[in-house]
Write a protein that binds this ligand. Sequence first.
Ligand SMILES: *Cc1c(COP(=O)(O)O)cnc(C)c1O
Ligand code: SF4
Length: 338
Amino acid sequence: MPTATLKRDSTGVAPGWQRELADAIRDPDELCRMLGLDPGHATEARASAGGFSLLVPRAFAARMRHGDARDPLLLQILPQRAETIDAEGFSADPLDEAAALAAPGLVKKYAGRALLLLTGGCAVNCRYCFRREFPYAASGATRRGVNEGLAAIAADASITEVILSGGDPLLADDAFLHGVIARLDAMPHLRRLRIHTRLPVVLPSRITADLVAVLGASRLAKVVVLHANHPAELDGSVADAVRRLASTPAVVLNQTVLLSGVNDSAAVLRSLSERLVELGVVPYYLHLLDRVRGAAHFDVPEPQALHLHRQLRDSLPGYAVPRLVREVPGEPAKVWLG
Ligand SMILES: *Cc1c(COP(=O)(O)O)cnc(C)c1O
Ligand code: SF4
């Protein structure tokens, strides 16, 4: 992970979110001290992180419970020994993304939609993420890759929706985003712009008035898909960020990864859905884990996932029940379960 560089805006001052990102926690000892945890957890984290080191913004860490090594937010970001254990069926590229690269920086798997990789980095390193093994530099998540991706989109009239992804696309600065979106706006076959981002949850200060203006200026219909896994992630600052995004205007959805020890209970998933709806966010997908090497300890077996999903359907309004899906390489869409 490259360390964040501070870019200055027109007033000559780096925006607050970039300072917050530069100041994110990278030292397991510091995190354990802050949360009142045994330093043994930090030693284990350092020994287990591999090439995917600890990274968590302070605003997100502040939502974790003091003194609780099983906190559901902490478990998502603190490296554990279990990551170093190889498990059958868990590989470096479980989604076969490398095969789906239509151009450097462009993943085209599904009809009408293409995913443009804007950045390789994130504000947080989620331990279960398939990104932990993905070769971003080689796959074109660079300025040159983005240019080639944009050229491929311009040349393919079957694409009606572009999904900005990464890494986290909102880590790109406003000037770069503005340039990319202006080029998409000028392609007559495009109708929708979608953004897949975890920043409104882990670094809500990223949703600045300037960003809202950049998005609001686009002629494309906008959809923002957040990523939250537990209701404790969704505090008032996230609610404010969602309100700002929705004002662009945008439809705001959420995707969740079903994670053992984090949200594998009907009560937690129900409360997550209810909290999302309170924020004006529609629960979209509940994903079974992508089988990436190092994440086997987060896996929830499919029969248990189906049982949890049935409990949600039996107790929530239909619009608050996310679709339970698994991504299967080679399929024309995500596979709906249940
Ligand atoms: C998930 C995904 C999409 C979007 O799929 P939807 O079902 O429309 O949300 C598009 N492209 C790729 C490569 C994806 O993984
Ligand atoms: S924010 Fe998303 S892409 Fe980034 S590490 Fe977490 S799960 Fe992966």
